[in-house]
Write a protein that binds this ligand. Structure first.
Ligand SMILES: Nc1ncnc2c1ncn2[C@@H]1O[C@H](COP(=O)(O)OP(=O)(O)OP(=O)(O)O)[C@@H](O)[C@H]1O
Ligand SMILES: [Mg+2]
Length: 196
């Protein structure tokens, strides 16, 4: 089963991916925890750009993400043969972040050949709360992490999630504006019917 976590920066994606991984392992499931951008060749370039160390236009960045995902796809497909794959961000992140500057139809087109997630969990957290979490916990602030940008990205996410839900994607919106444990419980509750 291919599970994806999505949300704005600081919404708890990495935290919840890890906890869910541990939870499933405790129940005897084989788990492969992964994230985008990856730690592979192209993912490393993307990280430099996100930190602001390199400048690049958003369309080129979107193509780099797609190239990184193309490499990632092979690994994910292999792991899906015997594991639950939990992916911390996937193409919805590209849609929500890059549609600020790039035509959404083009973004969807360059990602159209990639695997459809079985379940997507959108962690819904107010941008102010996310900004506070980021400021309190991190030394480096990335290019998208201003309050104004986070607000725009969140709006994009809601729009995108609605569109893909209509197209038959299984997308859950979970309130992540509460404790790590409470959020995790809500995630598990949603997943219960799928992970017998
Ligand atoms: N429910 C929560 N309540 C309070 N703090 C939280 C909660 N979830 C995560 N945090 C803290 O907020 C920070 C950001 O969380 P996390 O790294 O999981 O977010 P993320 O969505 O992966 O963000 P990023 O975009 O930076 O990867 C971390 O320091 C984490 O410990
Ligand atoms: Mg993270």
């Amino acid at each position: 089963m291919f599970i994806v976590f999505e949300g704005i920066d600081g919404s708890g994606l990495t935290t919840q991916s890890k906890i869910l991984g541990k939870y499933l392992e405790k129940r005897g499931k084989k788990v492969f925890l992964t994230k985008e951008p990856t730690e592979n060749l192209i993912g490393k370039i993307i990280r430099k750009i996100l930190k602001g160390q390199r400048k690049l236009n958003q369309e080129t960045l979107a193509l780099l993400f797609a190239a990184d995902r193309s490499m990632h796809m092979d690994i994910i497909k292999e792991r899906l043969k015997d594991s639950f794959v939990i992916c911390d961000r996937y193409y919805f992140s590209n849609y929500a972040y890059q549609m600020l500057d790039v035509d959404i139809e083009y973004l969807i087109q360059i990602n159209s050949r990639f695997l459809k997630p079985d379940l997507t969990i959108f962690l819904n957290v107010p941008p102010e709360v996310c900004k506070k979490r980021i400021d309190e916990n991190r030394e480096h602030i990335e290019i998208f992490e201003t309050l104004e940008t986070l607000e725009r990205i969140k709006k994009n996410y809601l729009e995108i999630m609605e569109r893909f839900r209509r197209e038959g994607f299984n997308i859950a919106e979970i309130d992540g504006n509460r404790s790590i444990e409470e959020t995790h419980e809500a995630v598990v509750k949603y997943l219960e019917k799928y992970i017998k």
